[in-house]
Design a protein around this ligand. Structure first.
Ligand code: HXC
Length: 258
């Protein structure tokens, strides 16, 4: 399929790659771009050949935020009626893992989009921030919520209240990204991680992602129960028996996603 604002690639090893492609606006996330992104991700989620997705931008920008020019003249009634930005959250409802490769700017909605993904790998040139306060507004797609849970209250407050940008090193130190790599290796590294995931059983991958995400929603006791139920649930899968049998027989497992 051809997109106006994306480049997508389905590789033969269970990995699909989505590149945001709006170079003249540093991948600013206009409505049509987000519509295409959600549609592409949903298609991949439903595709049995795809087990993990890599989401990236260009070397210069993952995404410089929501499209400021598109938002500028909207009034309250309009944004309320259209439930502006609500559809973005569908990215966080994709069941298969999304590995975000962030090079360059990940500002405002760009940082929020990265945080909706499951693993973030940053290039050395990555620049994160929630600069909305400089525009007279506040983050609207998770910047006050996901960022706070990840980096803690004091730093999140400072970032949201000052709009200051921060670099890949601080992002790594505070757990926003799992790793920093040379900028020209970010996408390859994301693909390697996604390929590693893609060797495993799809229903187990989905359960693992779901359980980790539930840790952000539930109390510890509820989360432990949720995890236990999912763990027990893997014993309904032939891939669970295959995995343990292969270990005992000292061979590689042959997962069938069943
Ligand atoms: C619309 C944008 C844009 C944005 C960049 N552009 N960011 N257009 N919305 N968020 C456009 C510029 O207008 C310009 O187009 C082109 O991209 C290149 O950008 P420059 O500013 O010329 O590049 P540079 O000087 O390198 O500066 C890069 C930058 C700066 C530091 C990233 O562009 C910037 O500050 N952008 C805005 C960042 C921001 O505030 N993001 C938060 C958005 S609010 P032209 O046509 O002029 O050449 C947000 C709200 C979230 O995300 C609410 C919930 C989602």
């Amino acid at each position: 399929k051809t997109w106006e604002y994306l480049k997508t690639e389905k590789r033969d090893n269970g990995v699909a790659v989505v590149r945001l492609h709006r170079p003249d606006a540093l991948n600013a996330l206009c409505g049509p771009l987000m519509g295409e992104l959600v549609s592409a991700l949903k298609t991949m989620d439903a595709d049995a050949d795809v087990k993990a997705v890599v989401l990236t931008g260009s070397d210069r920008a993952f995404a410089a935020g929501a499209d400021i020019k598109e938002m500028k003249d909207k009034n309250y009634a309009e944004v309320y009626k259209e439930s502006m930005l609500t559809a973005w959250n569908e990215v966080s409802e994709i069941r298969k893992p999304i590995v975000a490769g962030v090079n360059g700017f990940a500002l405002g909605g760009g940082c929020e989009l990265a945080m909706m993904c499951d693993i973030i790998i940053a290039g050395e040139n990555a620049v994160f921030g929630q600069p909305e306060i400089q525009l007279g507004t506040i983050p609207g797609a998770g910047g006050t919520q996901r960022l706070t849970r990840i980096v803690g209250k004091s730093l999140a407050m400072e970032l949201v209240l000052t709009g200051s940008k921060f670099d890949a090193q601080l992002a790594e130190k505070r757990g926003l990204v799992s790793r920093v790599v040379p900028t020209d290796q970010t996408v390859d590294e994301c693909i390697r991680v996604a390929e590693k995931i893609a060797k495993f059983s799809t229903p187990v991958i989905i359960a693992a992602k779901d359980c980790v995400n539930q840790s952000q929603e539930l109390s510890l006791q509820q989360g432990l129960l949720y995890e236990k139920a999912s763990f027990w649930g893997t014993f309904a899968l032939s891939d669970r028996l295959e995995g343990m049998t292969a270990f005992k027989e000292k061979r590689k497992p042959n997962f069938t996603d069943t």
